[in-house]
Each structure stands twice: as structure tokens, then as C-alpha cells.
Design a protein around this ligand. Structure first.
Ligand code: NAD
Ligand code: DAU
Length: 343
């Protein structure tokens, strides 16, 4: 691999992935193609921006010409570009269809037309819909997405399958569980809870906090993604999970324990509409390629909480900008009618 296009590289996982690839593959030049939506932030890559093996192209995956222009000369492509927040898709999913389906189609079309050797598309565990530890989802199980976000991701994922079958494109699909770690936009539960706790603000836990998510440390995910980019089989999908499932209320308490803050900061607020109780994956296929997670729940949470505690400027700049209006819209009424924590 000599030249790699990363679409959506200025977001949470994309920026961690670029840093990881540049460290692990010194011969690789990375082109970061990103629209810099509210979630895209070039500060996430400030430490590699001056490296001659890195370049940035400002562009939108919904713009077919821009995608093809940036991809010319690349041997491989990884597509992270997405609208990624479930709550925003519940408010309005138009951008989700545009980026997560049309954008995926444009990336795949350009890769086919330009003869790109390897494409990795980032899907999600949410495409399967809810699942349990007793009945985990395998890669060939049917899709039952329940949120507008998950439906848009399922559509992009299925388009990859169509390109492998119809055009013989060397495309591999990754379906990771919930990631945690540095540079996650503070609309997501964990960075929101950690940064609110650091400011002695309430932690808004949806419903009773009993919904369950895996907590896959982002560096473990990046290691899996690079493996799949290099060794995944054409047309195949791979689940990625760390088996670090915990209910949201336990995650909130863990964060408060790590920061030595009181549980009274927890507020139970109105639940998310159509809230999926749990995702659970069978990741035998990925294990067969030699991958294992290195961060258990405690290690993932400690590393994550420490990073936000030590990088206040990064999240304070975001939280004092446009994020404020989103926060008030999403949580204003909810917090006014919240139920306080009781053990
Ligand atoms: P993010 O929201 O932090 O970042 C998304 C990035 O895509 C941003 O840099 C944004 O500017 C860019 N982008 C958005 N629309 C674009 C467009 N039209 N054209 C070009 N760039 C655009 O997302 P994330 O959490 O890093 O997720 C990355 C990918 O991984 C997404 O595809 C998401 O669906 C998937 N995923 C995320 C998780 C998770 O836990 N965060 C888990 C599984 C899968
Ligand atoms: O499972 C993979 C998915 O994980 C990715 O595909 C998505 O892009 C990513 O955003 C994430 O989706 P979730 O909806 O699981 O993440 P979020 O951080 O929004 O919520 C995690 C859990 O916490 C979920 O059960 C809802 C709950 N929650 C969330 C927020 C924002 C709260 O209790 N309070 C909150 O304020």
C-alpha cells in the first residue's frame, strides 16, 4: 500500500485510524478527504498535519467528481465518512441518506472506475438491530435496523455487497461495536458524561440506564481495521467487538468513580425514541485472522477518562461553540423533567 485515501478522516475513529496507520506503515501516504461537518475537526490531526506523508482535501462524499479527483492515484480507500449520531437522525435523517448511502455509492463507483485495489467500508453493529449475548449476530444474519441512522448505514453496507458481486470490486466491510477513546465528539454518551462530570454538570442517562453497549477501545478497533484492509476477503463483512458490554448506568458510575465525583450528578432523563436495548456480535471471523482486543472495560474507560481530563481545551472549544444549541435542544426539556439518581 503506497497511497491511501481516508474519507471522513477528521472525525473520531478516522483521525485515530490515520495516526495509527502512519505509525504502523511508514511507507504509506495518507490523503484525508473530509467535508468538515460539525463532527470533523482538523485539530484531531494537528500532530501529523506537518508530516510529508499526510495531505488533506476538503470535499464531500456526496460530490462524485470531488471523490474521484481525490482518489486518483490511490491504491486503497477506507470510508469512514458518515453522519454518525443516532439522536440527530431521529430529528432529521436527510443528511444521513445523502452521506451514508449516496456518499458510499460515490466512493465505491470511483474505486471501481479508477481500479483501486482495496476498499474498506466502515459499517456498524447497528445494522443487525438488537441482539443478546445468548444470540449474537453473525455476519450473514439478516439486517433489522431500527433507527434512521442504522437504516442509512445498512443501505451503504448493502451497496458494498452489490459492488463486490456485480463489478468484482475488492471491497471489505467492517461492522464495529461502540468505540471509546480520544477525540470523540461530545454529543456521544461517554465523552458527554466525562466532560459534564469534569464541569460538575448533570450526566443525562436515558430511561433507567439499563441499555447495554460494548466499549471497544478505538485503538483496538483501528488495529482490526488495518488488518481487514490488508487481509480481509473480498465481498466479506467482519464484526468487531471487545466483549466489554455494560449497562449505561454502570458506565456513568464508573466515570464518576474515576473522577472522584458524586453519583448525585446522574439524572435519569426521557428515553431515546426506539432505543435499542443491546447489540451483540459473534466475531469468530475476525478472531480467525488473529485479532484480539487488548483493552478490557476498565482499561478502556481509564484511558478514555484520562484523555478528556488531560485535554480540556480540545472539548471546551467544541462545547462552547455550535454544540451549545444542540445540547439545549436535546437536553433542555429532558433535564427540566429529570429524575434524580437513587441507588
Ligand atoms: P464522526 O461523526 O466522529 O466523524 C465523521 C467524519 O465524517 C467527520 O470528520 C465528518 O466531517 C465526516 N463527514 C461527514 N459527512 C461527510 C461527507 N458528506 N463527506 C465527507 N466527509 C464527511 O464519526 P465516527 O464516530 O468517527 O464514525 C466513523 C465511522 O464509523 C462512521 O461511518 C460510523 O457510522 C462508523 N461507526 C462508528 C462507531 C462509533 O462508536 N463511533 C461504531 C461503529 C461504526
Ligand atoms: O454501536 C455502534 C454505534 O455506536 C455507531 O454506529 C454510532 O455511530 C455511534 O454513535 C454509537 O451509537 P450509540 O447510539 O450506541 O451511541 P451513543 O453514545 O449516542 O449512546 C450510547 C448509549 O448511551 C445508548 O444506549 C444511548 C445512551 N445515551 C446516549 C446519550 C447521548 C444516554 O443514556 N444519554 C445520552 O445523553
Amino acid at each position: 500500500m503506497r497511497k491511501l485515501l481516508v474519507a471522513g478522516g477528521a472525525g473520531f475513529i478516522g483521525s485515530n485510524f490515520i495516526r495509527y496507520v502512519m505509525r504502523e506503515r511508514p511507507d504509506t501516504h495518507v490523503v484525508n478527504f473530509d467535508a468538515l461537518t460539525y463532527a470533523g475537526n482538523l485539530e484531531n490531526l494537528a500532530d501529523v498535519a506537518g508530516d510529508e506523508r499526510y495531505s488533506f482535501v476538503h470535499g464531500n462524499v456526496a460530490d462524485a467528481e470531488a471523490v474521484a479527483g481525490a482518489m486518483r492515484g490511490c491504491d486503497a480507500v477506507v470510508n469512514f465518512a458518515a453522519e454518525s449520531h443516532v439522536d440527530r437522525s431521529i430529528e432529521d435523517a436527510a443528511d444521513f441518506m445523502e452521506t451514508n448511502l449516496r456518499g458510499a455509492y460515490n466512493v465505491l463507483s470511483a474505486a471501481r472506475d479508477l481500479g483501486v485495489e482495496r476498499v474498506l467500508h466502515i459499517s456498524t453493529d447497528e445494522v443487525y438491530g438488537p441482539a443478546t449475548e445468548e444470540n449474537p449476530r453473525r455476519e450473514d444474519d439478516p439486517f433489522k435496523p431500527r433507527s434512521p441512522y442504522a437504516v442509512s448505514k445498512a443501505a451503504g453496507d448493502m451497496m458494498c455487497h452489490a459492488f463486490a458481486e456485480t463489478y468484482g470490486l475488492q471491497v471489505v466491510v467492517a461492522r464495529p461495536a461502540n468505540n471509546v477513546g480520544p477525540y470523540q465528539y461530545p454529543e456521544k454518551a461517554i465523552p458527554l458524561f466525562v466532560t459534564n462530570a469534569l464541569e460538575n454538570q448533570p450526566l443525562p442517562v436515558y430511561g433507567e440506564g439499563l441499555q447495554m453497549r460494548d466499549r471497544l477501545y478505538v485503538e483496538d478497533n483501528c488495529r482490526a481495521l488495518l488488518l481487514l484492509l490488508e487481509r480481509g476477503e473480498k465481498g466479506e463483512a467482519y464484526n468487531i467487538q471487545a466483549d466489554n458490554h455494560r449497562p449505561n448506568i454502570e458506565v456513568a458510575r464508573t466515570i464518576l468513580d474515576l473522577l472522584d465525583k458524586p453519583y448525585s450528578l446522574i439524572q435519569f432523563v426521557e428515553d431515546r425514541a426506539g432505543h435499542d436495548p443491546c447489540y451483540y456480535l459473534d466475531w469468530t471471523k475476525l478472531r480467525a485472522l488473529g485479532w484480539e482486543p487488548q483493552y478490557d472495560f476498565d482499561a478502556a474507560m481509564q484511558a478514555t477518562v484520562r484523555w478528556y481530563a488531560e485535554n480540556r481545551e480540545w472539548w471546551q472549544r467544541i462545547k462552547s461553540g455550535d454544540f451549545r444549541a444542540y445540547y439545549d435542544r436535546q437536553y433542555g426539556a429532558r433535564l427540566a423533567t429529570a429524575r434524580p439518581y437513587s441507588a
